[in-house]
Design a protein around this ligand. Sequence first.
Ligand SMILES: [Zn+2]
Ligand SMILES: [Zn+2]
Length: 310
Amino acid sequence: LTDLEIRYLFEEFIGRAEKKGATRIEDLRNLLKKVPTDPQELPITFGGRTSCYEIIHNDKSVFIDMGTGISAVPPVAGKGIHEFTVFLTHMHWDHIMGMPFFVPIYAPDTRLTIYHVHPHTPEAVAIQFNGINFPVKWDVISPRIQFKQLSLYQTLTIHGMQVTPFQLDHPGGSYGYRFNAGGKSIVIGVDSEYKRLTPDELGKDLKYYQDLDWLVFDAQYEMHELASKYDWGHSSPSIGVDLALREGIKNLVLTHHDFQSSEECEESMLCNARNYLKTQLPAYQEIWDKLGMSQGPNIIAGYDGLQIDL
Ligand SMILES: [Zn+2]
Ligand SMILES: [Zn+2]
């Protein structure tokens, strides 16, 4: 963080603390100790790590993508965990650049399985370890790494979860993953521009957005920014709101924040999305009353370290 950003964060934090009635240094300390446990609650900072999600079921987990977020995984040394599984959406840098800093790949007994739909995944991942972009060479770690090609719409069962890849809209190709387990479902729908939106346009991909509990959505830009960023492969919060309202998606996580954005801007994007929901909800009220959620879907903003109990 730059000096200016840190100053902004301090100001932001003090402002929030004041609203909660803090008047003494001690109150600030206590608030700092209180880590948000309710996903609705905003963090002090959204953070700046790039895409990596971990889905845990029955004490086992899989990762989706290896952005810099994967370097934040707590150390596993000595915990007896040697096997890791990753599902890759695509190989843009922000989704693979954390791999060299994922410490377990340097332990000889590690086994990392990378599932992918994109046929060029193995070479696009290995290129980071060419000895020029990063000092460790591919030969050193490749015996621990196994690639497994998935077919589009092929369901795989892993750690008791059903995982199915489907098509997103992104330059160079990107694939979403739907996870179903224990009667709950989540879709990682990042990166995608969501150019196809109507049921007809979505075609075979429509069902992955239906009867869905959580959608992790690419909400990088506001609608008015999208016109100048056509074909950049990212979407907008209000597009996510429209999709959630129509398909009855119960929870929407806005993420893939723009790296040039600010805390202030991200908060206002969340606020705008919630306001937009209120204006659009009446047209879909019947669907939401049936779901027992007359307020419509919950909308939250993703941030580094956000934990969600499905
Ligand atoms: Zn991308
Ligand atoms: Zn990305």
